[in-house]
Design a binder for this molecule. Structure first.
Ligand SMILES: NC(=O)c1ccc[n+]([C@@H]2O[C@H](COP(=O)([O-])OP(=O)(O)OC[C@H]3O[C@@H](n4cnc5c(N)ncnc54)[C@H](OP(=O)(O)O)[C@@H]3O)[C@@H](O)[C@H]2O)c1
Length: 237
């Protein structure tokens, strides 16, 4: 399975688009540029972290307290009604996101990656909403991530996924050398505030150089409408 990390960044590398200064050219449209580039990348869907999905749409509600009940006793994949739609995959291992529908307003079918400690009651809630899920085989965090990806590939027939953030999810995937290519759209704006996350974040202080061993090779560079630039890199591992 191929993974392309697809992100939009300010000129100073930050990821929170609502904070950026406006572009000089009024034709600069970050949402259009991001969506059009994603369509050109031609993937079977995308994968995001829990925080990014929580921001995604009004129909998704985040409740930090887990649903009460007995932890699930089995590891499995549940298939909601996908109907050939592209996938919107979210790492929500504690089961904090609640859905009214199994389809996003943009048309993707939701697949939740769950930890084996989520309750059966939470699983049933997803089943009633028709949301697909994968319960990861318990192990070390990296093993659990690899197990989830194996199931996405095998159970859902996925060949190419876009990794669409946020920075922490990207950082984990890049550190694990799971990313084949990067697709970064640079928006002509600035954030500027110290401490605002970049499009790649890896917080484990025990790891001094988390991206060690990766080299980026420029494969394409395109000037887009409004002064945006689309950069493509192969990630050599
Ligand atoms: N500029 C862009 O293109 C772009 C794109 C997407 C998002 N964003 C922005 O990014 C921000 C959110 O990013 P973020 O980095 O704070 O959070 P995030 O990556 O969206 O979510 C991080 C959370 O996802 C779960 N997770 C991710 N990978 C996992 C793995 N391999 N195994 C288990 N759990 C995993 C963990 O949830 P738990 O804590 O529950 O364990 C983790 O805390 C938002 O402001 C959003 O607007 C920007």
């Amino acid at each position: 399975m191929q993974i392309t990390c697809h992100m939009i960044s300010s000129v100073d590398g930050r990821q929170v688009a609502s904070r950026w200064t406006r572009a000089a050219d009024p034709a600069a449209d970050m949402h259009k540029a991001y969506a059009e580039a994603a369509a050109k990348l031609g993937a079977d869907g995308w994968i995001v972290g829990r925080k990014t999905m929580a921001e995604f749409a009004g129909d998704i509600v985040e409740v930090r307290e887990p649903v009460e009940g007995h932890p699930t006793s089995f590891v499995s994949t549940f298939f909601g009604n996908r109907e050939d739609r592209p996938l919107a995959i979210v790492f929500d291992t504690h089961g904090t996101l609640h859905y009214k529908s199994n389809t996003l307003p943009t048309g993707e079918h939701i697949v939740a990656i769950l930890g084996s400690h989520v309750t059966r009651a939470y699983q049933k809630e997803l089943e009633q909403a028709g949301v697909s899920y994968i319960v990861r085989t318990p192990g070390k965090p990296e093993e659990e991530t690899l197990d989830a990806l194996k199931h996405i590939e095998k159970d859902f027939g996925v060949k190419h996924l876009l990794l669409e953030g946020g920075g922490h999810t990207n950082g984990t995937f890049l550190h694990m050398k799971l990313v084949d290519s990067m697709s970064v759209i640079v928006y002509p704006g600035l954030d500027g505030r110290a401490g605002i996350p970049s499009i790649v974040e890896f917080e484990d202080n025990a790891v001094e150089n988390p991206m060690d061993g990766l080299t980026l090779e420029l494969t394409d560079c395109e000037k887009l409408e409004g002064g945006l630039v689309w950069l493509r890199y192969a990630v050599n591992r």
